[in-house]
Structures are given as structure tokens and as C-alpha cells.
Design a protein around this ligand. Sequence first.
Ligand code: ATP
Length: 453
Amino acid sequence: MTEEINNKVTMEKIVSLCRRRGFIFPSSEIYGGLSSCWDYGPLGVEMKRNVKEAWWKDMVQSRDDMVGLDTSILMHPQVWVASGHLKSFSDPLVECKSCKKRWRADDLEKRVCPECGCELTEPRQFNLMFKTFMGPVEDESAVVYLRPETAQGMFVNFVNTVNSTRKKLPFGIAQVGKSFRNEITTGNFIFRDREFEQMEIEYFIKPGTQDKWFEYWINERINWWQKLGMRKEHLKFRQHSKEELAHYALGCFDINFLFPMGWAELEGIASRGDYDLTQHANCSGKSLLYNDEETKAQYLPYVIEPSAGVDRGMLAFLCDAYDEDIADGEERAILRLHPRIAPIKIAVLPLSKKEPLANLAREIFNNLRTDWMVQYDDTQSIGRRYRRQDEIGTPFCVTVDFQSLDDSQVTVRERDSMQQIRIPIAELKGILSAKLAGEALTEGTVGWRAHSK
Ligand code: ATP
């Protein structure tokens, strides 16, 4: 079961593949890198866009009850007073009295330094928000914070959104964007960063309906990860105990993923009552009440908040998809990514660099790239080229050979099954479109769909 893939995938292999093939690089690497900041390379940026676009399409575009926002990273400092972040968005920090290394006290099993075994200081609360100054004067009145979550941008725009869209409850606001946390301990590649992206929803509902909607969103969100190919056995829920919950929270569920270092949070789904809107109404002095036209009542809606990390999602998709097997007697590393998130959908591979074959292959490439991200590769043996595409998760390779010049047909090879079919060039786009949407390559083949079952 789970061990099957996790025997093969290690963080070292993922980090090395990501760097070698241009998914993810350390930030400012020529200067030695910057701890817990990462740059997405040519393939990483495509995959990350695909993850965010899939989320937006499924959570916003295809729903009647959702609208999107893109709010600023710097917000009025009072926002963080109202939300409680200024007072209590902190972790307990301890420092080793000998080597001076700093640790998160609640991460440690023993009360000694994990590095050198020496005595630690007493824990003190360390606020995780990044501070900066707005304008030319660096004094207390100019202090602003980089947002530690995108959520508050949606709460403070609740009335703007209702008034401009005339949405009725229940409805949600969605946002994808950067967040910043000055985490004490980072690590595990892109799992815990100081700069990262989130995909968050604030789903506003009538008070009293929170249990139904909480359950709905828990199911909706786990199904989404699975729909994009993530294996069921790599996902599980963790319900927060009463002691863990914030005083206002009605409930919280984490969707945990089996990362190479063990089970850890991928997304959190919280039932937050009317805490956030109440706080902002009190702090701003503005009415954030919702006018219920049906009942003529005025009230503050309750909210369910599904909050996922883009970078953590990327790491989970990469680990889940990583596999190794034997192809044509050779070991291959393969990313069995769902076609929706694979950075490159199709590779066009001519068997010769010379005309007239190259010309035909170029024509096919130019035609396909109007619809998809396509790579053209005419270097080295065809076996090598297949391996290269398998390693970056390209679902289909189109091979143009000498026969193609006579019969106007090409060979399409599928990544997971390695099955091949020969099809007319005129039908290529239509057939690839169906196959990328999940149709099996040939009768009896399984393809990428079987992998996600
Ligand atoms: P953790 O307990 O791992 O610190 P959290 O409970 O503080 O996470 P939330 O505030 O619920 O996280 O944030 C929602 C999501 O944002 C998380 O599930 C995660 O996917 C992502 N996220 C949070 N902090 C980070 C970070 N430092 N780096 C990358 N992703 C993060």
C-alpha cells in the first residue's frame, strides 16, 4: 500500500529532480541561497500555474456560489489587531544556551538542543509576521505587515463583495496569493517556507447551517486532491482536539498527506463562526451585517474556511506522482502527474533533424502549441527522449518518423502504459484532447486514470 511508493520516493530524489529538470531552485543561489525561499524554474512555474488554475476553475469558474478577489499583500495594520494576529500569531521560541540555535519548543520531543544536546532557554512567544515600514519614515506609526494569510483580504471586502455582486448566502469568496510567515524552523524543501502561496476560500453561510457546510467542504476538498490524481491512501483527515482549537473555532479538520518525512498538513478546513466579521465590525466601527431578503433579518454570517498551500500542494503532487520502473530494460524515473497539472502536455519528437521530416514535425508542433504547452525535442536517441519526458511527467509523446511523410500518420505514446497508437495527423488534436481529458489510449489500456484510483 502506502509503502509501495514511499519506498521509492525520498525528499533527496525530489529535490534533485526538481533542480536538475528546472522545477525548483534555491532562491538567490549564486549568493548561497536564502533560507526557506525558493524559485520556480521553467517547468515548476508551469506546474504551479496549472495547480492554481485547476483550483480556480473547479472552485470559482464552475460554481454559481463563488467569486474571486485579489487583495493587497500590505493591509491596514488594524486588520491584524482585529484578526488577533498581532497579539497571538506566535510560536514558542527556545534558544540553545550553548550553540545559540533557535527551535520551536512545540516541535521538540526533549527539552534539550537537538543539535548539541545542551540546555535551552525558557520558551518565549515569537510573532511570525514580517514587519516593514510604509513611506520614508521608519517609526512605529509607519509599521505595516506582510500578510501571513490571504483570508483577511476577503473578510474586509465582505460588504464590497455582497454589494457589487448581489450574492446571496450561502456564497464564497476565493483568493490565491502570496503569504509570508517568519517561521522559526523551516525545512523539508518547499513544505514550510517563509514566503509561500495559498489558495483560500471564505464560504459565508447562515448561522445554524455550519455543520452541514463544514462536512460539505471537508468532502469537497479531499475529493479535489483525489480528482487531480492524488492517491487515496496518501491522504487522511486529522480532526483538531478541543485543546488545539482557537477559542472561537467551532471545529477544524486538516487534510494530511503522506510526505517522505511522514504525515503532515496539506490543507486546513475550519468552521470559524462569525468571529472574523465580528472582530472587523468592532474594530473598524463599520456595519458588516448581511441583509437577509428572505427573512428580513440582519445578521453576521458564519464562515467555513478551506485553506490550502500551493507550494505544499506542489510537493505533495510531486511526491505522490514519483515512481521508478523498468522501461525497455532500462530503469526510468517517472512523474505520473495528472494531465491537468503536468507542466508539459505533449512532446513532439522527430526521428530526424533533417528536412523534410523536421519541417513536418515543426508544423505539428506549431499546431499543437496553440492549445497546450508542448516541447520539441530532436536530440539524442528516441529512447532517451522518452525517458526525459517521463521524468517530467509529460503524458503524451508524438513521434514523427519517415513513414509519416508518406502516410500522414504519427505515433502517439502514452507515458504510464507506454502503449503506442498510430493516428492520422489530421485527427491528432481531437484525439489528444480526448486522451488528455482521460480517455484510455487504446482499448484495454489503463493510462493515468488507473493510477488515481
Ligand atoms: P502548520 O501547522 O504546518 O504551520 P498552519 O496550521 O499554520 O500550518 P494554516 O494557517 O492553516 O497553516 O495555513 C493553511 C495552509 O497554508 C496550510 O495547510 C499549508 O498548506 C499552507 N502553509 C501554511 N504555512 C506555510 C508555510 N510556512 N510554508 C508553506 N505553506 C504553508
